[in-house]
Design a protein around this ligand. Structure first.
Ligand code: NAP
Length: 255
């Protein structure tokens, strides 16, 4: 979807040093977006045109600096992909440490909220609106035993997405959660090992869906309503859950 003035869309992608975030940043750049990325390290997505900054999304001041740098360079933000995420190796709730519990909530919920808080005023004021894609997880829809803190923080992120959509019922800013199943990334290797990771979804498949949402507001060619959760199985099948805007009836599974 072009901006109203037909200039390239400006996108922020968090957690783009590796894995899905790196693939999303590369795909958005390939589709003509101006992309600004962050991660906790110096390594960015490795694409020349992408501006990479070191920023920890759990630090609101770092988030402010990331947004200021993007606005300073491009003057606006059309797309926000809250991708940075964290989980530890599986453990029962009784064995979950303070650090793991806090880090799950801070990275997977508070980070996206800090970004949203800072980016939304500009999107709301823009005549072309914007797109916010929160990378949750299937674990946020169907919690995984051993990953309770992670699952709960991702459910909360799905809820944050819907709450944001309800704040802006005209749909001018599109809010979507994307909920992939297991992907072949460092995170999966750290949690379940190399052999398991190699059997999971290629993050490039998910990056393609995220880029389609960000640029066309569709998945596989179908328009997605604000507040929806897009589930992706490990075989790259897509289901979209939409909640009725008036809160009557049940969530509808669309395609
Ligand atoms: N892999 C899966 O099976 C799977 C399944 C469903 C959903 N997801 C979700 O998909 C997203 C991407 O996961 P992934 O598998 O690509 O993860 P990954 O391989 O572990 O990469 C995570 C990226 O996020 C960055 N990051 C982590 N904490 C950060 C923070 N506080 N501030 C800024 N950047 C931070 C990391 O930075 P550095 O590079 O500097 O370390 C890294 O670039 C996450 O939200 C994850 O929960 C993953």
């Amino acid at each position: 979807m072009p901006s109203s003035d037909e200039s390239p869309r400006v996108a922020i992608v968090t957690g783009a040093g590796r894995g899905l975030g790196r693939a999303v940043a590369r795909e958005l750049a390939a589709r003509g977006c101006q992309v600004v990325t962050c991660s906790t390290g110096e390594a960015g997505p490795g694409v020349g045109e992408v501006l990479h900054l070191r920023a920890d999304v759990t630090d609101p001041h770092a988030v402010d600096r990331l947004v200021e740098a993007t606005l300073g360079r491009w003057g606006r933000i059309d797309v926000l992909v809250n991708n940075a995420g964290y989980t530890a190796a599986p453990a029962a709730i009784s064995e979950t440490t303070d650090e793991v519990a806090r880090r799950c909530v801070e990275t997977n919920l508070l980070g996206p909220l800090f970004l949203l808080r800072r980016v939304l005023p500009g999107m709301n004021a823009s005549s072309s609106g914007g797109v916010v894609i929160n990378v949750a997880s299937r674990a946020g829809i169907t919690p995984v035993p051993g990953l309770a803190a992670y699952s709960a923080s991702k459910s909360a992120l799905v809820s944050l997405t819907l709450a944001a959509a309800k704040e802006r019922p005209d749909g001018k800013v599109l809010f979507v959660s994307i909920c992939p199943g297991g992907m072949d990334t460092d995170m999966r290797v750290a949690v379940y090992g190399e052999d398991d990771a190699r059997r999971q979804l290629d993050p490039l498949r998910v990056a393609d869906l995220v880029a389609e949402l960000a640029t066309a507001r569709t998945v596989n060619g179908r328009v997605v309503r604000s507040g929806a959760a897009v589930l992706v199985t490990k075989d790259a099948e897509v289901q979209v859950i939409e909640w009725p805007p008036d809160e009557r009836g049940h969530a509808t599974l669309r395609h």
